[in-house]
Design a protein. Structure first.
Length: 233
């Protein structure tokens, strides 16, 4: 029983770690190819700046929608939906050929990226509380490392003349599969309840302190008898 709980908590920690790694890898991959994306759609500096702004607005929308999604489907499902959608939309961004489509793809990618970010951080907090050990620092460090790896791979791909869609699409497939496999590993175990969901464990009244029954049976202290003796003396 105890070993099963520990294994399930380890799976949840792996899911959190994979989610942070996937998010950082996808973001770094896209970030490293922004110059190529701007050239592919023939965007001016101003137009490309507006497209990036659309992505930032999408991130804001996603961060507001994420709690609703987690309440509806739970932490793990929210991570799968947002993580796999982010991978697919990253490939969609890379496939854009006109600036308007690029802006729209960045907006939708921003929505799912923002949702993924909120969901993975919420799950990280829950896992940290259940494990009783610090988790947030490590998973954010992993995100930074994954961002650096994604950017480095993007630089190598750009130097090799690899098309943006081939590079980012390949990373997106890998990220989506890894995210899905990590989420499936916890599907049959104890999954954290969604925010605001009632606890499944019934609450029980506090157990009485040792000796409480004997004290109650003996009644209150014998102050009444002392006062009676004082009146008769």
């Amino acid at each position: 029983m105890g070993d099963g709980v520990h294994r399930q908590r380890d799976r949840q920690l792996r899911l959190v770690a994979v989610s942070f790694a996937v998010n950082g890898l996808l973001y770094g991959s896209l970030l490293s190819r922004y110059a190529d994306l701007a050239g592919a759609v023939g965007a001016s500096e101003a137009a490309f700046g507006l497209a990036l702004t659309a992505g930032a607005v999408g991130g804001l929308v996603g961060s507001l929608v994420a709690p609703l999604l987690m309440r509806k489907v739970g932490y793990t499902a929210a991570l799968v939906i947002a993580g796999c959608a982010y991978a697919a939309l990253a490939a969609g961004v890379a496939a854009s050929t006109v600036v308007v489509v690029l802006g729209a793809a960045l907006f939708v990618a921003g929505v799912v990226d923002g949702g993924h970010d909120v969901a993975m951080n919420a799950l990280a907090v829950k896992v940290q509380q259940r494990r009783g050990a610090s988790v947030m620092g490590r998973v954010h460090a992993l995100w930074s490392l994954s961002l650096a790896v994604g950017a480095a791979l993007g630089a190598v791909a750009a130097a090799a003349g690899l098309p943006v869609f081939v590079h980012v699409g390949g990373v997106a497939v890998l990220a989506g599969v890894v995210q899905l496999v990590a989420a499936l590993s916890v599907r049959n175990g104890e999954v954290p309840a969604a925010p605001g969901a009632p606890s499944e464990a019934p609450t029980s009244p506090p157990s009485p302190q040792p000796g409480a029954d004997s004290v109650a049976a003996a009644g209150p202290p014998a102050t009444t008898e002392i006062r009676d003796e004082a009146r008769h003396s």
